[in-house]
Design a protein around this ligand. Sequence first.
Ligand SMILES: *Cc1c(COP(=O)(O)O)cnc(C)c1O
Length: 220
Amino acid sequence: MHNVIDNLNFIQNEIKIKIKKLNFSNYSPKIIAVSKTFPMKDIIPLINNGHIHFGENKVQEAVEKWTDIKDEFKNIKLHMVGKLQTNKVKFAVKLFDYIHSVDTFKLAKKISEEQTKLNKKIKIFIQINVGNETQKSGIDVNKVSEFTSSCKKLGLEVIGTMCLPPNDGQSDIYFSKMLDINKMLGLTETSMGMSSDYINAINFKATYLRIGSKIFGERN
Ligand SMILES: *Cc1c(COP(=O)(O)O)cnc(C)c1O
């Protein structure tokens, strides 16, 4: 069997055991295989094995890798997890099914315009600067309510929130905060948990885990 399939099976099994231990019912998180920097030949085995959710962080790279494959495999869901520039929105809306990184009004407005043109509804996560870090993207925790309302007024289908928490070993604090924010907003989906902390994210019932290196190996 291919390595990537072994790796994904291992993760899925680990998650299953964890969920059983926690006694969570009606909970099955989706794994987004974040395939950025990896060529299609490393990704194809997962597609052929029936995996559905994939993530990329650069529009240009994603267009090159996924345009034909998505035509062929109509059930694939592609997630834009990286920073999105407004001049790339046109291409992103055409290709992706989900955008996880909506964090400015300008971007939200552009997505709204482009999806109207294409008669498409992208599923949207609002990116939250959950650790209140100065250099990091994401909406301030205390502005998220207002921002989410604005996005909805633009006709965006906001399904949840996303975070890239500080790398300080305290992800539990941030995951818990994300749950509070979602509750306040009345949203059900959370995009959180990466290779290093997805098991912690399970404790907080993350619904979309974004896992890259633990599936595909270390990136150059
Ligand atoms: C690369 C990336 C991931 C996956 O990171 P790993 O640590 O390799 O699992 C998740 N989310 C975002 C936004 C990324 O850019």
